[in-house]
Design a protein around this ligand. Structure first.
Ligand SMILES: [Ca+2]
Length: 588
């Protein structure tokens, strides 16, 4: 990196260490005013322009004992990939959180990166938040390249309630200034506005921002500006900045903070640190079938999976049918994947230790979850599995982009005991391990909760615990109502309440209504399961329960119309027309 840019970032960090907000006329119990002077914090003229108008926002003085809120988000990690959800991968820090908190066994995401992030952030279904597909614009409601302005984000809700708002990691909900994290409520941001396709380098569309300043353009040798002596590795550096921002806001005042730490781990490519890989190399030589059986057994013993739900059949060739060379290669790929999760857990340990040292761990509501299940986007042997092998690891081990992954067999293991994968709406695609830790908030320790829950529930939960108000209007827009329900009652009760949830992504679709689930894959027929009896979706009752089938399909159709779901054919046509129109405009 150029010395000039590095110096300016160091200066930027120093400037940023000063209080960012000036507070005016704080008086107990009365609304008060703050103004932000972000324009003074940057040397970028464009940025200065953008924030040249001081923004006024009402901040309600609130009780001092409201908890900090921390969301730890994993990417492309399956239901059973951590120890407290049945995995052989070592995750002592997450296991400790589970032992001192709760694990939800029926928590759902949307099955894909962008839609899950949109639902989490807004409390809406993805299409309502304009992220029905990925963060790419096709010019119609439901499918834009940034979050809807008829939605508020969690930080836009918590900021006016007096919370500091911090994000580090992968946003993937808008590249442009109007849709970026700082435009959508975050006071502090370090990370990428787009996706992340490399842990060691910065590739196209993964450029790194510190607040609104581009601090790491595309580069093979990114610098960790907080700790230049340490190697830049996403999982580590996202944590470094999260802790930095926490310290920064705590130097300012005692107000609670919201931290959204969106890790890219363990999403491919298989970028792992050598010291972590060492722990796992050679451990997976018994193959995916054996590890699926072991995880299933552990899930049953933990009480997470009911032994009335059989383990779904292996979805890939038997391990023994592979050549010795392939098995060795796949052992190595899974060791890399396990090492990435191990590193993720180590970093979660850093966050927990930091909160503990601050004396704030007990009054922090901390949740951990994943955005979608394990992925088979990668073929049986993983992306470029035939060419990127153990033998030439030095060539691809740090190469960005779609260069390596663990393959469908190990994804089948990640989603144990369920069927199907990321992008799909069967249980393997949409079931997340969900941990809640909040010692001051509830007395239960190490308990399980079987209530059906979804990403849309986080917004109402946080409204509840922050004693905040979910707005009906925001920045001149009417705001859509929250779609979920607060999880707060389930922290202290095992009582289950029937509910109805919906999914759609790329023609994959589902509705869960009580214990019944109607689900279909793109271009495939609807399947009907009683997931109370058969959560692994093995006994399709579509031909036997005609009335229930019709009733649920009608509900899904009505929902799809309400939230502007496009069929795959409509989506393709709309995108083509939009792209053509844009090309014409640009060529004029
Ligand atoms: Ca993902």
């Amino acid at each position: 990196m150029e010395t000039g840019l590095y110096d300016s970032i160091k200066t930027y960090l120093r400037i940023d260490d000063e209080p960012r907000r000036l507070r005016l006329g704080v008086s107990s119990g009365m609304p008060t005013l703050t103004f932000q002077r972000r324009c003074e914090m940057t040397r970028s003229p464009a940025f200065a322009c953008l924030f040249a108008v001081w923004s006024l926002s009402a901040v309600t003085a609130a009780p001092a004992d409201r908890p900090n809120i921390v969301v730890l988000f994993a990417d492309d990690m399956g239901y059973s990939d951590i120890g407290c959800f049945g995995s052989e991968i070592e995750t002592p820090n997450l296991d400790r959180l589970a032992a001192n908190g709760l694990r939800f066994t029926h928590f759902y995401n949307t099955g894909r990166c962008c839609p899950s992030r949109a639902s989490l952030m807004t409390g809406l279904y993805p299409h309502q938040a304009d992220i029905g597909h990925m963060a790419g614009d096709i010019g119609v409601r439901g499918y834009r390249d940034r979050l809807s302005f008829e939605a508020v984000t969690i930080p836009e809700m918590l900021g006016p309630a007096g919370y500091h708002t911090i994000m580090t990691g992968k946003w993937h909900l808008g590249w442009r200034d109007e849709g970026c994290p700082t435009a959508r409520g975050f006071d502090h941001f370090y990370g990428t506005r787009g996706f992340v396709d490399s842990y060691f380098t910065v590739v196209r569309r993964t450029e790194v921002y510190l607040n609104d300043e581009l601090v790491l353009p595309i580069t093979e040798t990114p610098v960790n500006h907080l700790h230049p002596e340490r190697e830049w590795y996403t999982t580590d550096v996202y944590t470094d900045y999260a802790l930095h921002f926490i310290d920064q806001v705590r130097e300012q005042d005692d107000r609670p903070f919201f931290l959204y730490l969106a890790y890219n781990a363990p999403h491919f490519p298989l970028h792992a640190k050598p010291e972590d890989v060492k722990k796992y190399r050679g451990r997976y030589r018994d193959g995916w079938g054996e590890f699926r059986r072991q995880r299933y057994q552990k899930l049953v013993e933990l009480g997470i999976v009911n032994d009335n739900w059989p383990l779904s059949p292996l979805d890939v060739p038997e391990w023994d049918s592979l050549s010795e060379e392939q098995r060795d290669d796949l052992d190595f790929k899974m060791a890399l994947f396990a090492a990435i999760i191990d590193r993720l857990d180590q970093n979660i340990g850093r966050v927990v230790d930091h909160l503990e040292q601050m004396g704030e761990l007990d009054n922090t509501l901390l949740v951990f979850l994943s955005d979608n299940g394990g992925t088979k986007e990668t073929g049986l042997l993983g992306i470029k599995g035939e060419t990127n092998t153990v033998a030439n690891y030095q060539e691809w081990g740090r190469k960005g982009g779609w260069t390596s992954s663990y393959g469908q067999g190990w994804a089948n293991l990640s989603n144990t005991p369920f069927r199907r994968y990321k992008r799909e709406n069967h249980e393997g695609g949409t079931s997340a391990p969900f941990i809640v830790h909040w010692p001051d908030g509830f007395e239960a320790r190490g308990e399980l909760r079987d209530q059906v829950a979804h990403l849309i529930d986080l917004m109402p939960t946080f409204v509840d615990v922050a004693e905040a108000t979910y707005p009906t209007t925001h920045a001149g827009h009417t705001i859509q109502p929250m779609q979920g329900r607060s999880l707060l009652p389930s922290f202290t009760s095992t009582e289950t309440v029937p509910r109805t949830l919906y999914w759609e992504h790329e023609g994959n679709r589902a509705i869960r209504d009580g214990d019944w689930k109607l689900v279909g894959s793109r271009n495939g027929p609807w399947e009907l399961y009683n997931v109370g009896d058969d959560r692994t979706e093995l006994n399709d009752l579509a031909g036997k329960k005609a009335e229930r089938f019709q009733e649920m399909k009608a509900k899904w159709d009505a929902w799809a119309e309400e939230v502007n779901v496009l069929t795959p054919a409509e989506f393709d046509r709309t995108r083509k027309e939009f792209d053509e129109a844009r090309r014409k405009r640009r060529s004029k």
